[in-house]
Design a protein around this ligand. Structure first.
Ligand code: UDP
Length: 329
């Protein structure tokens, strides 16, 4: 039994590959290394550099590696870029996912875990957002992921094939053992940006809007530790391999923190004041995005270990410091 992990050299994917290796699973990573790093995965995982849309390569891998499950992370993830270049997102995220799903069906791979996103909700009408809330993405990124969810649903109805789509909320932090983390250059995510500002890698951090309809006026998000998210994937795999039906589940903690609360946490953890600037809203940012989480708890029996904002920030910061050392070498 081997797990094929697409995009396994990326931020979230590499955490899953470590989690699988930690429990002795055989793993093949398929990654084009466009944004991921070969050093982010354990040496015992096989790395195949290639494209998830390459049908011949998928056939070879699925024929020769004994793959019984696929976890699909590979894709493009930058929301503003998806607005500027939607065809890239429908190509990389939707069309190529179709190739991968088709290969799974051709080769009888019955278990498929898909990294989806809270962006499928758009501006949610209900907070915390339940899985059956209206799906109305406001970006091509969200639409490209929702289209893949729809393909999975329909394929699972037609074939002997089951899937789990995990809708991620705001993923943050890094491997508690310091083996991998968010390494993308020019990342825009709040906790990473705040850590970079503390370390002097950016002159300041800007708050994107303080006039939202939230308790302190700044945007509220459900920040989840990447190690807990990786664990949710492991549980989802076990569940599918055990024959359970397909599932769509939110992946968050079910509580939100505002931008100001996050920045205060970074200041607590670092013991230093951050260079903060208040600026206008960023286009397309909803006021509040928090997961409703009863489904993931009930279906996966998921028990988060790192649900503490200061811990998330501490791990993110430790990784930023390690990256500085790595980039110097
Ligand atoms: N944010 C901010 N300054 C930044 C980056 C983010 O004020 O430099 C805010 C953003 O408007 C949102 C929250 O922080 O309310 C989380 O944004 P992030 O980009 O981390 O994730 P998103 O929720 O957009 O996926």
């Amino acid at each position: 039994m081997t797990v094929l992990v697409t995009g396994g050299c990326g931020y979230i994917g590499s955490h899953l590959v470590w989690a699988l290796a930690d429990r002795g699973e055989k793993v093949v990573v398929l990654d084009d290394l466009s944004t991921g790093f070969d050093w982010a995965i354990p040496p015992e995982a096989e790395l195949v550099r290639g494209d998830i849309g390459d049908r011949a390569l998928l056939d070879t891998l699925l024929e020769t590696r004994g793959v019984d499950a696929i976890v699909h992370f590979a894709g493009s993830i930058i929301v503003p870029e998806s607005v500027a270049d939607p065809l890239k997102y429908y190509g990389n995220n939707t069309v190529k996912s179709r190739e991968l799903i088709a290969a799974a069906v051709r080769h009888g791979v019955k278990a498929f875990v898909f990294s989806s996103t809270a962006a499928v909700y758009g501006e949610p009408e209900i907070v915390p957002a339940p899985e059956d809330a209206r799906l109305d993405p406001v970006s091509p990124y969200g639409s490209s992921k929702l289209m893949t969810e729809i393909m999975l649903r329909d394929v699972a109805r037609a074939h002997d094939f089951r899937y789990t789509a995990l809708r991620y909320f705001n993923v943050a932090g890094a491997d508690p053992k310091g083996r991998t983390g968010q390494s993308t250059k020019g990342a825009t995510h709040l906790i990473k940006v705040a850590c970079e500002a503390y370390l002097g890698l950016r002159p300041q951090i800007q708050i994107f809007g303080d006039d939202f309809d939230t308790p302190d006026g700044t945007g509220v998000r459900d920040y989840i530790h990447v190690a807990d998210l990786a664990d949710a994937h492991v549980l989802a795999l076990d569940r599918l391999r055990g024959g359970a039906p397909s599932l769509v589940a939110n992946c968050g903690y079910g509580r939100g923190f505002s931008v100001l609360e996050v920045l205060r946490s970074v200041e607590r953890v670092t013991g230093a004041a951050l260079p903060v600037l208040r600026g206008p809203r960023r286009a397309g940012d909803p006021a509040s995005l928090v997961a409703r989480v009863d489904r993931i708890h009930a279906e996966l029996d998921w028990r988060p270990k790192w649900d503490d904002l200061d811990t998330i920030v501490g791990h993110a910061l430790a990784w930023e410091k390690a990256l500085i050392t790595r980039n110097r070498v």
